[in-house]
Design a protein around this ligand. Structure first.
Ligand code: GLV
Length: 320
Protein backbone atom coordinates (compact mmCIF):
# COMPACT_ATOMS: atom_id res chain seq x y z
CA UNK A 1 0.00 0.00 0.00
CA UNK A 2 1.61 3.21 -1.10
CA UNK A 3 0.59 6.73 -2.03
CA UNK A 4 0.97 7.59 -5.69
CA UNK A 5 0.69 11.18 -6.86
CA UNK A 6 0.04 11.97 -10.52
CA UNK A 7 0.64 15.55 -11.65
CA UNK A 8 -1.60 15.43 -14.72
CA UNK A 9 -4.61 13.70 -16.20
CA UNK A 10 -3.88 10.05 -17.03
CA UNK A 11 -6.11 7.38 -18.63
CA UNK A 12 -8.36 6.05 -15.82
CA UNK A 13 -7.73 2.38 -16.64
CA UNK A 14 -4.04 2.85 -15.92
CA UNK A 15 -4.75 4.39 -12.53
CA UNK A 16 -7.11 1.50 -11.84
CA UNK A 17 -4.18 -0.89 -12.14
CA UNK A 18 -2.45 0.99 -9.34
CA UNK A 19 -5.57 0.89 -7.18
CA UNK A 20 -6.07 -2.81 -7.91
CA UNK A 21 -2.59 -3.40 -6.50
CA UNK A 22 -3.73 -1.72 -3.29
CA UNK A 23 -2.19 1.71 -3.78
CA UNK A 24 -3.83 5.04 -3.08
CA UNK A 25 -3.81 7.25 -6.14
CA UNK A 26 -4.29 10.99 -6.26
CA UNK A 27 -4.41 12.54 -9.71
CA UNK A 28 -4.38 16.26 -10.34
CA UNK A 29 -7.55 16.47 -12.41
CA UNK A 30 -7.04 19.82 -14.11
CA UNK A 31 -5.69 21.04 -17.42
CA UNK A 32 -2.33 22.79 -17.62
CA UNK A 33 0.71 22.39 -15.45
CA UNK A 34 0.93 21.85 -11.72
CA UNK A 35 1.89 24.87 -9.64
CA UNK A 36 5.24 24.69 -7.94
CA UNK A 37 3.82 25.03 -4.41
CA UNK A 38 1.37 22.23 -5.06
CA UNK A 39 4.10 19.95 -6.37
CA UNK A 40 6.25 20.65 -3.31
CA UNK A 41 3.31 19.91 -1.04
CA UNK A 42 2.17 16.72 -2.79
CA UNK A 43 5.59 15.21 -3.22
CA UNK A 44 6.24 15.28 0.52
CA UNK A 45 3.60 12.58 1.10
CA UNK A 46 4.04 10.46 -2.02
CA UNK A 47 5.95 7.23 -2.41
CA UNK A 48 5.60 7.31 -6.18
CA UNK A 49 5.32 10.27 -8.52
CA UNK A 50 4.06 10.13 -12.10
CA UNK A 51 4.96 13.39 -13.78
CA UNK A 52 5.42 15.28 -17.00
CA UNK A 53 8.42 16.54 -18.86
CA UNK A 54 7.24 20.04 -18.04
CA UNK A 55 7.30 19.40 -14.25
CA UNK A 56 10.64 20.60 -12.90
CA UNK A 57 11.81 17.94 -10.48
CA UNK A 58 14.90 19.65 -9.11
CA UNK A 59 16.91 19.33 -5.90
CA UNK A 60 14.35 21.35 -3.93
CA UNK A 61 11.52 19.00 -4.91
CA UNK A 62 13.64 15.96 -4.17
CA UNK A 63 14.62 17.34 -0.78
CA UNK A 64 10.92 17.63 0.11
CA UNK A 65 10.23 14.10 -1.14
CA UNK A 66 11.20 12.23 2.00
CA UNK A 67 9.14 9.12 1.20
CA UNK A 68 9.52 9.03 -2.56
CA UNK A 69 10.80 5.79 -4.13
CA UNK A 70 10.17 6.39 -7.82
CA UNK A 71 9.72 9.23 -10.28
CA UNK A 72 8.07 7.89 -13.43
CA UNK A 73 8.43 10.52 -16.13
CA UNK A 74 5.77 10.38 -18.84
CA UNK A 75 8.34 11.00 -21.57
CA UNK A 76 11.39 9.50 -23.15
CA UNK A 77 13.40 12.63 -22.26
CA UNK A 78 14.16 13.37 -18.62
CA UNK A 79 16.15 16.58 -18.51
CA UNK A 80 13.46 18.02 -16.23
CA UNK A 81 14.72 15.79 -13.41
CA UNK A 82 17.83 16.38 -11.33
CA UNK A 83 19.15 12.84 -11.71
CA UNK A 84 22.09 13.31 -9.38
CA UNK A 85 19.83 14.56 -6.60
CA UNK A 86 17.39 11.68 -7.19
CA UNK A 87 20.18 9.13 -7.14
CA UNK A 88 21.67 10.60 -3.98
CA UNK A 89 18.24 10.31 -2.36
CA UNK A 90 17.88 6.70 -3.53
CA UNK A 91 14.93 7.52 -5.80
CA UNK A 92 14.52 5.54 -9.00
CA UNK A 93 13.82 7.56 -12.17
CA UNK A 94 12.15 5.93 -15.17
CA UNK A 95 11.14 7.04 -18.67
CA UNK A 96 9.06 5.69 -21.58
CA UNK A 97 11.45 4.71 -24.38
CA UNK A 98 10.61 2.80 -27.54
CA UNK A 99 6.87 3.29 -27.82
CA UNK A 100 7.02 6.79 -29.27
CA UNK A 101 9.75 6.30 -31.86
CA UNK A 102 7.63 5.71 -34.96
CA UNK A 103 4.92 8.13 -33.84
CA UNK A 104 7.44 10.95 -33.45
CA UNK A 105 9.03 10.07 -36.78
CA UNK A 106 5.58 10.33 -38.40
CA UNK A 107 5.11 13.81 -36.94
CA UNK A 108 8.56 14.80 -38.16
CA UNK A 109 7.55 13.93 -41.67
CA UNK A 110 4.21 15.65 -41.29
CA UNK A 111 6.06 18.86 -40.39
CA UNK A 112 8.61 18.41 -43.14
CA UNK A 113 5.95 17.94 -45.79
CA UNK A 114 3.70 20.65 -44.39
CA UNK A 115 6.51 23.23 -44.31
CA UNK A 116 7.84 22.30 -47.75
CA UNK A 117 4.45 22.17 -49.46
CA UNK A 118 2.93 25.02 -47.44
CA UNK A 119 -0.02 22.92 -46.32
CA UNK A 120 -1.14 25.17 -43.48
CA UNK A 121 -1.04 28.33 -45.59
CA UNK A 122 -2.84 26.55 -48.43
CA UNK A 123 -5.46 25.22 -46.04
CA UNK A 124 -6.19 28.73 -44.78
CA UNK A 125 -6.40 29.95 -48.38
CA UNK A 126 -8.85 27.22 -49.39
CA UNK A 127 -11.04 27.96 -46.38
CA UNK A 128 -10.98 31.72 -47.03
CA UNK A 129 -12.85 31.36 -50.30
CA UNK A 130 -9.96 32.90 -52.23
CA UNK A 131 -9.43 29.81 -54.42
CA UNK A 132 -10.79 30.61 -57.87
CA UNK A 133 -9.16 27.78 -59.81
CA UNK A 134 -6.00 26.02 -60.79
CA UNK A 135 -3.27 28.33 -62.03
CA UNK A 136 0.22 27.57 -63.21
CA UNK A 137 1.62 30.20 -60.87
CA UNK A 138 -0.45 29.30 -57.85
CA UNK A 139 0.20 31.34 -54.68
CA UNK A 140 1.51 28.36 -52.74
CA UNK A 141 4.34 27.06 -54.86
CA UNK A 142 6.42 24.92 -52.54
CA UNK A 143 9.67 23.03 -52.34
CA UNK A 144 10.33 19.50 -53.59
CA UNK A 145 10.83 16.77 -51.03
CA UNK A 146 11.50 13.54 -52.96
CA UNK A 147 15.09 12.95 -53.94
CA UNK A 148 16.40 15.81 -51.76
CA UNK A 149 19.11 15.61 -49.10
CA UNK A 150 17.85 14.88 -45.60
CA UNK A 151 20.27 15.75 -42.79
CA UNK A 152 19.64 14.04 -39.47
CA UNK A 153 21.25 15.49 -36.36
CA UNK A 154 21.17 12.70 -33.79
CA UNK A 155 20.89 9.25 -35.39
CA UNK A 156 19.31 7.41 -32.46
CA UNK A 157 16.01 5.56 -32.55
CA UNK A 158 13.87 8.48 -33.75
CA UNK A 159 16.53 9.87 -36.11
CA UNK A 160 16.85 6.47 -37.76
CA UNK A 161 13.07 6.09 -38.09
CA UNK A 162 12.93 9.50 -39.82
CA UNK A 163 15.85 8.57 -42.08
CA UNK A 164 14.02 5.37 -43.04
CA UNK A 165 10.95 7.33 -44.09
CA UNK A 166 13.09 9.74 -46.08
CA UNK A 167 15.15 7.09 -47.81
CA UNK A 168 12.57 4.39 -48.45
CA UNK A 169 9.48 6.55 -48.82
CA UNK A 170 10.82 9.61 -50.60
CA UNK A 171 14.09 8.47 -52.19
CA UNK A 172 16.05 11.04 -50.20
CA UNK A 173 19.80 10.99 -49.67
CA UNK A 174 20.42 10.68 -45.96
CA UNK A 175 23.28 12.46 -44.23
CA UNK A 176 23.72 12.29 -40.50
CA UNK A 177 25.76 13.64 -37.65
CA UNK A 178 25.98 12.11 -34.20
CA UNK A 179 28.70 11.62 -31.59
CA UNK A 180 28.53 7.91 -32.53
CA UNK A 181 28.58 6.24 -35.92
CA UNK A 182 25.40 4.28 -36.64
CA UNK A 183 26.69 1.51 -38.91
CA UNK A 184 23.37 -0.38 -39.14
CA UNK A 185 21.69 2.82 -40.44
CA UNK A 186 24.54 3.35 -42.87
CA UNK A 187 24.09 -0.18 -44.21
CA UNK A 188 20.29 -0.11 -44.33
CA UNK A 189 19.74 3.41 -45.62
CA UNK A 190 23.01 4.32 -47.32
CA UNK A 191 23.19 7.04 -44.68
CA UNK A 192 26.38 9.05 -44.88
CA UNK A 193 28.19 10.10 -41.71
CA UNK A 194 29.35 13.72 -42.04
CA UNK A 195 30.55 16.56 -39.84
CA UNK A 196 27.93 18.89 -38.40
CA UNK A 197 29.18 21.66 -40.70
CA UNK A 198 28.98 19.47 -43.82
CA UNK A 199 25.47 18.37 -42.85
CA UNK A 200 24.34 21.99 -42.58
CA UNK A 201 25.90 22.90 -45.89
CA UNK A 202 24.57 19.96 -47.90
CA UNK A 203 21.10 19.26 -46.54
CA UNK A 204 17.82 20.47 -48.00
CA UNK A 205 16.06 19.40 -44.84
CA UNK A 206 17.77 19.40 -41.47
CA UNK A 207 15.93 17.41 -38.83
CA UNK A 208 16.92 17.54 -35.16
CA UNK A 209 16.73 14.35 -33.08
CA UNK A 210 19.35 14.90 -30.44
CA UNK A 211 18.72 15.08 -26.72
CA UNK A 212 19.30 18.33 -24.85
CA UNK A 213 22.71 18.43 -23.21
CA UNK A 214 25.26 21.11 -22.39
CA UNK A 215 26.82 20.39 -25.79
CA UNK A 216 23.61 20.57 -27.81
CA UNK A 217 22.08 23.67 -26.17
CA UNK A 218 21.97 26.34 -28.92
CA UNK A 219 23.73 24.00 -31.33
CA UNK A 220 21.68 25.82 -33.95
CA UNK A 221 22.87 29.39 -33.58
CA UNK A 222 23.41 32.17 -36.11
CA UNK A 223 26.62 30.52 -37.32
CA UNK A 224 24.79 27.28 -37.99
CA UNK A 225 22.04 29.03 -39.94
CA UNK A 226 24.64 30.92 -41.96
CA UNK A 227 26.00 27.56 -43.14
CA UNK A 228 22.62 26.23 -44.24
CA UNK A 229 21.23 26.49 -47.75
CA UNK A 230 18.89 29.40 -48.32
CA UNK A 231 16.37 26.87 -49.60
CA UNK A 232 16.69 24.62 -46.55
CA UNK A 233 14.01 23.79 -44.02
CA UNK A 234 14.71 23.08 -40.36
CA UNK A 235 12.60 20.57 -38.44
CA UNK A 236 12.77 20.36 -34.66
CA UNK A 237 10.79 17.69 -32.81
CA UNK A 238 13.53 17.12 -30.22
CA UNK A 239 14.06 19.86 -27.65
CA UNK A 240 13.48 23.60 -28.04
CA UNK A 241 16.73 24.84 -26.50
CA UNK A 242 18.81 22.95 -29.09
CA UNK A 243 17.85 25.90 -31.29
CA UNK A 244 18.59 29.51 -30.42
CA UNK A 245 15.09 30.71 -31.22
CA UNK A 246 16.15 34.33 -31.71
CA UNK A 247 18.68 33.18 -34.30
CA UNK A 248 16.01 31.02 -35.95
CA UNK A 249 13.63 33.97 -36.24
CA UNK A 250 16.48 36.01 -37.70
CA UNK A 251 17.34 33.26 -40.20
CA UNK A 252 13.72 32.97 -41.32
CA UNK A 253 13.08 36.70 -41.49
CA UNK A 254 16.19 37.40 -43.52
CA UNK A 255 15.73 34.44 -45.86
CA UNK A 256 18.89 32.78 -44.57
CA UNK A 257 16.86 29.58 -44.54
CA UNK A 258 13.55 28.91 -46.28
CA UNK A 259 11.38 27.51 -43.56
CA UNK A 260 10.83 25.54 -40.39
CA UNK A 261 8.59 22.92 -38.88
CA UNK A 262 8.69 23.27 -35.12
CA UNK A 263 7.17 21.09 -32.39
CA UNK A 264 9.29 22.18 -29.42
CA UNK A 265 10.19 25.61 -28.07
CA UNK A 266 12.94 27.18 -26.07
CA UNK A 267 10.69 28.33 -23.24
CA UNK A 268 7.69 26.03 -23.45
CA UNK A 269 4.81 26.64 -23.31
CA UNK A 270 5.80 30.09 -24.59
CA UNK A 271 6.18 30.36 -28.33
CA UNK A 272 8.55 33.07 -29.54
CA UNK A 273 6.37 35.94 -30.87
CA UNK A 274 8.82 36.32 -33.76
CA UNK A 275 7.99 32.80 -34.88
CA UNK A 276 4.26 33.42 -34.54
CA UNK A 277 4.46 36.21 -37.10
CA UNK A 278 6.03 34.00 -39.76
CA UNK A 279 3.81 31.93 -41.99
CA UNK A 280 5.49 31.22 -45.30
CA UNK A 281 7.00 27.71 -45.06
CA UNK A 282 6.68 27.88 -41.28
CA UNK A 283 4.56 25.37 -39.38
CA UNK A 284 4.24 25.41 -35.59
CA UNK A 285 2.66 22.69 -33.48
CA UNK A 286 2.46 22.40 -29.67
CA UNK A 287 4.84 19.56 -28.69
CA UNK A 288 2.71 16.78 -30.17
CA UNK A 289 5.47 14.42 -31.36
CA UNK A 290 4.11 11.45 -29.42
CA UNK A 291 0.50 12.61 -29.38
CA UNK A 292 -1.55 9.77 -30.78
CA UNK A 293 -4.01 8.12 -28.49
CA UNK A 294 -2.29 4.72 -28.90
CA UNK A 295 1.16 6.04 -28.05
CA UNK A 296 0.07 8.21 -25.14
CA UNK A 297 -1.73 5.17 -23.69
CA UNK A 298 1.41 3.10 -24.14
CA UNK A 299 3.45 5.78 -22.35
CA UNK A 300 1.04 5.81 -19.42
CA UNK A 301 1.13 2.03 -19.27
CA UNK A 302 4.93 2.00 -19.09
CA UNK A 303 4.98 4.62 -16.33
CA UNK A 304 2.45 2.61 -14.30
CA UNK A 305 4.33 -0.66 -14.92
CA UNK A 306 7.46 0.97 -13.52
CA UNK A 307 5.63 2.29 -10.47
CA UNK A 308 4.06 -1.10 -9.80
CA UNK A 309 7.43 -2.82 -10.08
CA UNK A 310 9.28 -0.44 -7.78
CA UNK A 311 6.51 -0.36 -5.17
CA UNK A 312 6.51 -4.17 -5.20
CA UNK A 313 10.22 -4.10 -4.40
CA UNK A 314 11.21 -5.19 -7.90
CA UNK A 315 13.67 -3.63 -10.32
CA UNK A 316 12.27 -0.85 -12.52
CA UNK A 317 11.69 -1.78 -16.15
CA UNK A 318 12.94 1.47 -17.65
CA UNK A 319 15.45 3.09 -15.32
CA UNK A 320 17.41 6.03 -16.72
C1 GLV B 1 8.63 14.09 -25.39
O1 GLV B 1 9.11 15.07 -25.82
C2 GLV B 1 9.35 13.01 -24.78
O2 GLV B 1 10.53 13.15 -24.40
O3 GLV B 1 8.73 11.94 -24.62
Amino acid sequence: MAKVYVTCRVFPEELERLRAAGHTVEMRDAPGLILREKLLEKVSEAEALICLLSDRIDAEVIEKAGKLRIIANLAVGYENIDLAAAQAAGIVVTNTPGVLTETTADLTFALLLAAARRIVEADAFARSGAFYGWELLQPHLGLEVHGKALGIVGMGRIGTAVARRGRLGFGMDVLYHDPHRNKPAEAELQAKYVSFEALLEKSDFVSIHTSLTRETRHLFDRQAFLRMKKTAILINVARGPVVDEKALVWALETGQIAGAGIDVYEEEPKVNPGLLKLQEHVVLVPHIGSATSKTRRAMARIAVDNVLAVLAGEAPLNPV
